[in-house]
Write a protein that binds this ligand. Structure first.
Ligand code: ADP
Ligand code: ZN
Length: 303
C-alpha cells in the first residue's frame, strides 16, 4: 500500500500514559488490527518509538486519521504556539515535550488531540456506558483523579481542558490528612485518589481493609462532593466512574450515589434512578479506544 492514507476505515490511536503508551490500529472496538505497548521513559526515547510504530502501520495498512490521547496537562489551543505540548507536570523531562509536531510533519491525515480522559469519555459515549449521550463525564480514580467532561458532544474548552480532579471540596469533619496533591490542600485528587488512599492507610495492606472500614468515608464524601459540583455545573446525564480504586471497591459506587442524592437534597432531580454514577464499560480499553474516537472525530466520520 503506497500512500498510507488509503485505508479509509482504519484509524491509529495512541494513549500516552504515565507508565506506558498503548498504540492501536483499529476500525472500531471489535476490529483491532494491531496493538503495541511502549514504556513511557523520557520523551526523546518514547516519542520516536511511537512514531516508529505509526511509520510501520503507515507503510503496511495505512490509516485515515490519527488520535493522540495524553496524560495532562496538555496545550490544546490550536492557534497558540505551544499547541500539542505537555504542560507543567510531575513527570521529569516531559514538560514542554512536543507530542504533535513530529507526527503532523510525518502523517498527512487529520489528527485528534485531547486528554486521555476526554478521549475515554468519547469512547464510552460511542461504544460503552455513555452510549448515545451528549452530556457525560468519565472519571478515573487511580494514581490521580482524572475527569473527561463532554458537553453537547464535545470535550469542554476554556483556556484549557477541564481539571475537575483539582476542584476544591469541603472536607469531612475531622478529616485532617495531608493532601497528596502538591498544588492544593483540599482538592479531589489530593484527598481521594489511590495515592491519597495509600497515604490514608498509612502502611495497612489493602487486603486487610474491610469494605466498611472508616477509611472509605472521606473518599466517598470527596467523590460525592465532586459529582455534586458536576451535576450543578454542566449537568452530565450520567457519570461513569472507574479506575483502580473504584474497580477494586465495588461497594463505593452505591455509597457515592446515595451521598450525591443526599447532598443535592432534592434541589435537582438527577437522572439515573439512584444510579447516576455508574461503572464504565470499556475497562482498560477506554484509553486506547479514546484515541481512536479522537481520530474518528478528527476525520469527521459518521458515528
Ligand atoms: P493509573 O491511574 O496509574 O492508570 P489505576 O487506575 O490502575 O492506575 O489505579 C491505581 C490505583 O488503584 C493505586 O493507587 C492503587 O492504590 C489503587 N488500587 C488498586 N487496587 C485497589 C483495590 N483493590 N482497592 C482500592 N484501591 C486499589
Ligand atoms: Zn490538586
Amino acid at each position: 500500500m503506497g500512500d498510507g492514507s488509503d485505508s479509509p476505515h482504519l484509524f491509529a490511536g495512541v494513549e500516552l500514559g504515565g507508565t506506558k503508551c498503548v498504540c492501536i490500529l483499529a476500525a472500531g472496538p471489535d476490529d483491532i488490527r494491531d496493538r503495541q505497548v511502549i514504556p513511557t521513559t523520557a520523551p526523546w526515547e518514547t516519542l520516536p518509538a511511537i512514531k516508529a510504530v505509526l511509520d510501520g502501520w503507515w507503510g503496511t495498512h495505512g490509516f485515515a486519521g490519527l488520535g493522540i490521547a495524553s496524560f495532562g496537562p496538555i496545550k490544546l489551543n490550536p492557534r497558540a504556539a505551544d499547541y500539542g505540548q505537555v504542560g507543567a507536570t510531575n513527570k521529569p523531562d516531559w514538560e514542554g515535550a512536543d507530542l504533535l509536531g513530529p507526527l503532523k510533519a510525518a502523517f498527512p491525515v487529520p489528527i485528534g488531540f485531547d486528554t486521555d480522559v476526554n478521549g475515554a469519555a468519547l469512547a464510552e459515549i460511542r461504544w460503552g456506558s455513555g452510549r448515545g449521550l451528549d452530556d457525560f463525564a468519565y472519571v478515573t480514580v487511580g494514581t490521580g483523579v482524572g475527569v473527561g467532561l463532554i458537553v453537547h458532544g464535545k470535550p469542554t474548552r476554556g483556556f484549557s481542558h477541564s481539571e475537575i480532579g483539582h476542584i476544591l471540596v469541603p472536607r469531612l469533619a475531622n478529616d485532617d490528612m495531608v493532601s497528596v496533591c502538591r498544588f492544593h490542600d483540599d482538592c479531589v485528587e489530593g484527598l481521594a485518589s489511590g495515592t491519597a488512599l495509600n497515604a490514608r492507610l498509612g502502611g495497612r495492606a489493602l487486603a486487610d481493609v474491610a469494605s466498611d472500614d472508616p477509611v472509605w468515608e472521606p473518599i466517598v464524601h470527596t467523590l460525592a462532593s465532586m459529582v455534586h459540583s458536576l451535576a450543578c455545573t454542566t449537568g452530565p446525564i450520567r457519570v461513569a466512574m472507574g479506575g483502580g480504586v473504584l474497580a477494586g471497591q465495588p461497594q463505593l459506587l452505591p455509597r457515592i450515589n446515595a451521598e450525591v442524592e443526599a447532598s443535592l437534597s432534592g434541589y435537582m432531580q438527577i437522572p439515573g434512578d439512584g444510579a447516576y454514577v455508574t461503572a464504565p464499560e470499556l475497562g482498560t480499553m477506554a484509553g486506547p479506544l479514546g484515541a481512536i474516537a479522537l481520530a474518528i472525530d478528527a476525520v469527521g466520520a459518521p458515528a
